[in-house]
Write a protein of this length. Structure first.
Length: 269
């Protein structure tokens, strides 16, 4: 007689699992907790497979050398900001050292500033009265005088450039061939240069002579270069007066940083 194999139907399997679930539901919590931990102990290896894919989402503290991706990004951002700040400080130190080499008087202070806006023959810089700035102070661009502080607020100031007709500066013209200086006054031409006014032709002045900002009590301790004479001819309106044009040392449109000369009042300059 042939044996008949019993094949459980899907309904039978469902009923069995349902009854097993009901039994688990009715068991005390301490028993089900033991079953849960036993299941984790047995199948924990397989459950943890692929967890490395979610490594960035693991909570910190699982390893003494571990930080979350968010914390890593925060620290990397702070590090990058410190690097650029360090580079900027180093650049400022180098700039100050170059300017200081040409400024022998220890009572002279230098305030570095950035140009934040430009207008016709005018710069706006990011330093003000809280940094010791005041009207009339001399402004340097790459060691050459490029203008005067015109208006000052707490944290911002305007600089009137030497190319402005409203900027008048006492100057010295160097005459190396006769080892002397000629004094005069310079004002801007509202273009890209300046002119020197009322210099008699009896002074032997030539194209190429250097022009310096003259020392001024409380503002400038020693002469500073401005530019060179680019034209020197007999004046059209008055033939006994020189018609003198001055070309600044630098193209002012290319300057991005300046240094304001601040004399220490205690030095009695």
């Amino acid at each position: 007689m042939a044996r008949v194999r019993f094949k459980p139907s899907k309904l039978t399997l469902f009923i069995g699992l349902f009854l097993f679930g009901c039994v688990l539901l009715l068991l005390p919590q301490n028993v089900t907790s033991k079953l849960n931990f036993a299941f984790i102990d047995i199948f924990g290896f397989f459950l943890n497979m692929g967890s490395s894919a979610a490594y960035d989402h693991q909570p910190p503290g699982t390893s003494p050398d571990f930080v979350s991706r968010h914390e890593y990004n925060r620290l990397q951002t702070a590090y990058n900001n410190l690097l650029i700040e360090l580079d900027e400080k180093e650049r400022q130190i180098n700039q100050l050292s170059k300017v200081r080499l040409t400024e022998p008087d220890p009572s002279t202070g230098l305030v570095l500033a950035k140009i934040v806006n430009r207008k016709d023959n005018q710069f706006i810089i990011n330093r003000g009265s809280t940094d010791g700035l005041k009207k009339g102070q001399y402004v340097l661009g790459d060691n050459a005088v490029i203008g005067l502080v015109e208006q000052v607020s707490a944290d911002i100031s305007s600089v009137r450039l030497i190319t402005s007709s409203t900027c008048r500066i006492p100057i010295k013209i160097s005459a190396p061939q006769i080892n002397t200086y000629f004094n005069g006054t310079m004002q801007g031409d509202d273009k890209n240069g300046a002119i020197i006014v009322n210099i008699p032709q009896k002074y032997k002045i030539k194209t190429g002579f250097n022009v310096y900002a003259a020392e001024k009590t409380g503002l400038l301790q020693s002469p500073r270069i401005i530019g060179q004479i680019s034209r020197c001819a007999a004046g059209e309106a008055n033939p006994v007066i020189w018609d003198i044009a001055v070309k600044p040392v630098y193209n002012l449109s290319s300057i991005t940083d300046v240094a304001v000369i601040v004399i220490n009042p205690a030095a009695g300059g």
